[in-house]
Design a protein around this ligand. Sequence first.
Ligand SMILES: NC(=O)c1ccc[n+]([C@@H]2O[C@H](COP(=O)([O-])OP(=O)(O)OC[C@H]3O[C@@H](n4cnc5c(N)ncnc54)[C@H](O)[C@@H]3O)[C@@H](O)[C@H]2O)c1
Length: 374
Amino acid sequence: MPTIDLGIVGASGRGGSFQMALDAYNDVRVSAVCDINLYDDDIEEAAAALGATETYRDYNAMLVQHDLDAVLIGTPVQHHVTQAIGALDRDIHVLSEVPTSVGIGESRDLVRAVENSDATYMMAENYVYMWSNQAVQELVDRGLFGEPYYAEGEYLHELKDLHERTPWRRVWGSDRNGITYPTHSLGPILQWWQDDRVERVTCAGSGYHHRDPRGEKYGMEDGCVMLAETERDRLIKIRFDTLSDRPHAMDNYQMQGTEGAYESARSRDEPDRIWLSDMETADRSHDYEWHDLGDVTTNYGIEPWGDALDSAHEAGHGGGDFFVVKTFLDSIIAGEKPPIGIHEAMDMTLPGLATLESMRNDGEWVPVPDSREW
Ligand SMILES: NC(=O)c1ccc[n+]([C@@H]2O[C@H](COP(=O)([O-])OP(=O)(O)OC[C@H]3O[C@@H](n4cnc5c(N)ncnc54)[C@H](O)[C@@H]3O)[C@@H](O)[C@H]2O)c1
């Protein structure tokens, strides 16, 4: 088995947090790390934790001077496209943090670079791989929801303090009005509906009820809600809020089909709930009782994570990071298309970018480009 030489950029931040997930695999080694962080210790600490021998301040120097097979991009969102293109142009595989891009124009540049490269591009959308989302996917694949026609996702995560500590978020995350971080909410839904993509969106906001520590208004309204229509005439509702004071709830999902309904747990004390017409017996016809998703998967003999259960739980983000790394490495080694390749990644990102235009135009419905046609 060849060993994949990986470089991590943004290693003192999110990039370094993949350490547990990477440690689970023998076929990858982190040979170089890069971060512009001003504090020497941080990059040295990240290098030591990840087992890297080389440290860089300059990303392009890492690409040019080090013989890498792949890079993991864990930098702020505005760098994702240029850094991904830098690697792809050298046929270096890319695992990029979410979202793919911050604008439609640069999204086109990225798609072109992926198409002109011999390397693999994958977006590290980890919520797709959470246990419950994988369990629902398996039930959808088995047809147990009948024809799914409605879904919801919510990312409610009060980040006002983090917007200050990571100032790029204050610009790219809370000064643009719309859904700037859509992939955790939309990603799992689009993986459940693999035959579909969002065709058009509208978006509305709940107004401006918070100020930053300098008393300045955020450019983004505190709660933004997107309605999305898909090519197969399904409806999706996404709620995004990083400003309102409230407990976190980043992985809320719902789905409705002709034969089943699903609601993820609203709190840690509750189970994820599911109703399937297939589970009703003749004498309990249509009593519409919820069942615990865990019990239902056992009943149907579904084991979403198989024997990776313990390692996945340890790796962070509800197991998501473990499977993001696994599927990326598997795709490179097998020379196959990754599950969240460039077009799937664009399907999860572009609807959010289209909401920015919808918000500028009073909530008008805006078409979402299909990157396959670029
Ligand atoms: N998938 C998830 O669950 C998840 C969670 C957190 C963050 N993220 C994503 O990860 C990325 C980083 O987020 P974060 O919270 O770690 O941010 P952060 O600001 O805490 O860390 C980013 C790191 O990148 C470094 N950096 C910035 N510009 C650089 C450049 N040009 N070259 C090299 N290094 C550079 C910074 O010094 C910093 O150490 C974002 O894209 C964010 O959306 C994803």
